[in-house]
Design a protein around this ligand. Structure first.
Ligand SMILES: C[S@@+](CC[C@H](N)C(=O)[O-])C[C@H]1O[C@@H](n2cnc3c(N)ncnc32)[C@H](O)[C@@H]1O
Length: 396
């Protein structure tokens, strides 16, 4: 079997539990291999570290699967890992019908994401090696959770292109079904697998539910980057008088409107299809104010090299968001950029607060992604979502 020799830093990370070997940590390769083959990983000194899928064309050179030499890499191995991942969500975390069933590296399944929405599983593969097992994985998902009748293949997005994989969006196995309704706190949401990501942003579940307790009757709430109404529907269901939801995607807003009707809150919701910056600027010009403003933009920093530019975009959005909050109101601000850590995010918000002349207090401890997206202690890559609930007052 071909070998990949890694440097001391990569070897230390693997020793601590990381499952991903970046190209920059590879010293050399030995033997022939094709993208998607299984290779063995060694230290420079010849110590065996594990086996995994290789892709020399990707920034992630090896996705480790197992740290022994003998266990065969088969459907049975994947089924057992999916079973354990599912059991963790159900028995330990208490999730039931809608949850992330598999979160890649954090579930010993690097390159695989599975979100479950009732009887539909939405699967996303970002590894050329995993792709070869696609049908086995779909069968294993249905075997592990017999209530699942459809495995939808949501194989789209940047990570696929980076890996050199084609984009595919279709039912892979089971009944032809794309839509279902999930429950979350006091709200209900239509999930359409053909929407963004796997169909729904499950990672914000706990943060959306946390919003409910701050919403009081009579409040005006603004949800910028609402997608299918996530935070906005929770605010309306929790008793806000008026909720304005903004997104640039017309399809997302159409589903958001359906979600408003589904929850019986359409009368108090207003939807705007448009780009966040000009929409917020226009609101500022008109002197609009809100009791709560929520900002949940897409990842503005996709690569480390874009950090400064991305932080500027976050700054601009947060500055406008803070200006739109009433005296004594609340800003909920998020970032899903993996390359922006909590300190950098906090520093950006502090700077935006200073420029806007706002005194900011944390209402909640640091919030992150829902626990069905577990953070692997040894892997920085598994930790990406930051969410701050801030009390906003004018500086005196
Ligand atoms: C992270 S998602 C928001 C998820 C949402 N808060 C939820 O709970 O489901 C980001 C959203 O921003 C939207 N978006 C991206 N760029 C935008 C822009 N410039 N202006 C407005 N919306 C934008 C996308 O269409 C997407 O729906």
């Amino acid at each position: 079997m071909a070998r990949v020799i890694v440097d001391a830093q990569a070897a230390r990370a693997i020793g601590k539990g990381a499952m991903i070997v970046f190209k920059k940590g590879v010293v050399r390769t030995e033997g022939d291999f094709e993208p998607g083959d299984i290779v063995e990983v060694y230290t420079r000194g010849g110590k065996f570290l594990g086996r995994g899928f290789v892709n020399p064309n990707s920034n992630i050179m090896v996705r480790l699967l197992i740290k022994d030499r003998d266990t065969p890499i088969t459907k049975e191995l994947f089924r057992e890992r999916i079973r354990k991942a599912n059991e963790y969500r159900k028995k330990v975390l208490g999730y039931d019908k809608a949850y992330r069933m598999v979160y890649g590296e954090a579930d010993y399944l690097p390159g695989l994401i599975v979100d479950r929405f009732n009887e539909i599983a939405s699967l996303q593969i970002s590894s050329i090696g995993m792709e070869k097992f696609k049908l086995d994985l779909a069968e294993a998902i249905m075997e592990v959770e017999p209530e699942i009748e459809t495995v939808f293949e949501k194989n789209t997005g940047r990570s696929r292109r980076r890996e050199g994989l084609p984009e595919i969006e279709r039912v892979l196995l089971g009944k032809e079904k794309y839509r279902t309704v999930i429950e979350e706190g006091k709200a209900k949401f239509i999930v359409d697998m053909r929407g963004q990501k796997t169909g729904f942003f499950l990672d914000q579940r706990e943060n959306r539910i946390a919003l409910e307790k701050y919403v009081k009757p009579g409040m005006r709430v603004l949800d910028v980057f609402t997608y299918t109404g996530g935070f906005a529907i929770h605010a309306a269901v929790a008793g806000a008088e008026e909720v304005v939801a903004v997104d640039k995607s017309p399809q997302a807003i159409e589903t958001a409107k359906e979600n408003a009707r589904l929850n019986g809150v359409e009368d108090k919701m207003k939807f705007i299809v448009g780009s966040a910056f000009p929409v917020m600027e226009e609101m500022l010009r008109r002197g609009e104010k809100f009791d709560i403003v929520i900002l949940d933009p897409p990842a503005f920093v996709q690569h480390e090299k874009d950090l400064q530019r991305g932080l500027r975009a976050y700054f601009n959005v947060n500055y406008a968001g803070l200006k739109l909050v009433k005296e004594g109101g609340i800003l909920v601000t998020c970032s899903c950029s993996q390359h922006v850590d909590m300190q950098a995010f906090k520093d950006m918000v502090i700077a935006a607060g200073a420029k806007a002349g706002k005194f900011l207090r944390m209402l909640e401890p640091y919030r992150t992604q829902a626990p069905d997206h577990p953070i692997l202690m040894a892997s920085k890559d598994t930790e990406y979502l930051k969410c701050l609930f801030l009390y906003v007052e004018d500086m005196h």
